[in-house]
Ligand binder design. Structure first.
Ligand SMILES: [Zn+2]
Length: 422
């Protein structure tokens, strides 16, 4: 039970803002306080819903700024990353320490839900299960919501489907932990993989996720099939309301209309696609067509940071070059309710009564916010690299006064350094 008192502004959802007190009872936003609630004084602060990172590759947290991965085409980047994974030796321990670091970074930056699209797997299914369990247990220890995506990247289709089924049978899902499936894209995975993972999703009631229309995806689809990626996904049954498409750079007006009609959702990842030169999704056009667009960082191999608010700022800054400017509140909505829509989670990404008690408290009293007329717009426009003072997940304070409460940050760093030597 938690009552936050004295907020200067509370962003309830994209269209609603209030002020004053906010109550969380039994992990949910409540209209009335619990009599025995802990009080958190947030005088002069701004409260927003917890941010939802709709597209991360947590394993890559252990492989940031690797030589040979900056400023190169994706056809060079992919094998460079693959050989780094092979050198490090992929196992449950590596995915656990990488996930712990990535998730701790995320929550310290205000992210309360992370979708981890895990793409790198050994061939034997028991070791795959170790990786899934290591990642999901790291999230449980840290108190962060996780959507673990059993992805594929050139995996054997049958083996991937067996592993995905095994993970879905063993990992207990809850409102804190959700599973999904997701081939890396038509550039890497065969129609058989999409079909078999789609069957696993249908059997276990999982969401489906994939990546589409980064430059290499378009080029390989044309070369291999003589088609565009979205034509293939449509034919393979992967343009549907339960599917989220990450990246979506270089889509035509006709493709935007087809995505909208299909009910599929999208994830923008400018912090990956811009610096790597892989394209820029026409986000405003997607939103204006009625597509729910979320925001993701993608992984540390291309982004190097898992700071979703920084990428929200970047999304806003680059938007005028690919359509029209986006307002701060639109981009904040992408990073919250837009991402949640793609996860099928109507309880996340807003603070209406009954919503999950996931929120960030932003202190806007420092010099970086001095002179700011609109403190909500200022969250994105002012103070690049801003972190929240407090972060609450399901009513539990997991970051207090900028300090992680659920684990020791130095230990997480030391564990990762010991395992990968960086
Ligand atoms: Zn990605």
């Amino acid at each position: 039970m938690l009552t936050l008192t004295g907020a200067r502004a509370i962003v309830v959802d994209e269209g609603t803002q209030t002020t004053g007190d906010l109550h969380v009872v039994d992990g949910l936003v409540s209209a009335t306080p619990a009599p025995d609630a802990d009080r958190l004084d947030v005088d002069g602060c701004v409260i927003t819903p917890g941010l939802v990172n709709a597209h991360h590759h947590l394993l890559q947290t252990a492989f940031r700024t690797l030589p040979g991965t900056r400023g190169v085409p994706m056809t060079t980047w992919l094998p460079t990353m693959a050989s780094a994974y092979a050198d490090a030796g992929l196992d449950g321990e590596l995915s656990t320490v990488a996930a712990a670091a990535g998730l701790a970074e995320a929550v310290l930056d205000g992210v309360t839900t992370v979708a981890d699209h895990h793409l790198t797997w050994p061939s034997d299914s028991d070791r795959c299960l170790e990786i899934a369990l290591g990642t999901t247990q790291a999230a449980q220890r840290l108190g962060v919501r996780l959507v673990f995506v059993r992805g594929t990247a050139r995996d054997d289709p049958e083996a991937a489907a067996i592993s995905a089924s095994q993970i879905a049978a063993v990992v207990a899902q809850s409102d804190m932990l959700q599973l999904a499936v997701g081939p890396a894209g038509v550039h890497s995975d065969a129609p058989e993989t999409f079909r078999l993972l789609g069957e696993v999703a249908a059997r276990f009631g999982l969401r489906r996720r994939t990546q589409a229309n980064e430059q290499v995806d378009v080029a390989i689809a044309l070369e291999r099939y003589g088609r565009r990626p979205l034509d293939l996904l449509e034919e393979w049954g992967w343009l549907a309301p339960d599917v989220t498409l990450a990246h979506l750079c270089g889509v035509t007006d006709d493709e935007i209309a087809r995505v909208a009609t299909s009910g599929a959702t999208a994830t923008h990842a400018p912090g990956c696609d811009l610096p790597m030169g892989w394209g820029i999704a026409p986000v405003a056009a997607l939103r204006d067509a009625g597509v729910a667009v979320g925001l993701g960082t993608s992984g540390g191999g291309s982004n190097d940071a898992g700071h979703l608010l920084a990428d929200a700022r970047l999304a806003m800054q680059v938007a005028p070059l690919v359509g029209r400017p986006l307002a701060a509140r639109e981009v904040l909505a992408m990073a919250t309710s837009g991402s949640a829509a793609g996860l099928g989670r109507s309880d996340l990404g807003h603070l209406r009564t009954g919503a999950a008690g996931d929120l960030c408290v932003w202190d806007v009293s420092g010099v970086a916010d001095a002179g700011v007329a609109d403190p909500v717009a200022g969250l994105l426009w002012a103070s690049p690299g801003r972190r929240p003072r407090h972060v609450v997940v399901a009513g539990r304070v997991v970051v207090r006064d900028y300090v992680l409460q659920t684990a020791d940050e130095a230990t997480i760093v030391a564990d990762l350094r010991r395992r990968v030597g960086r």
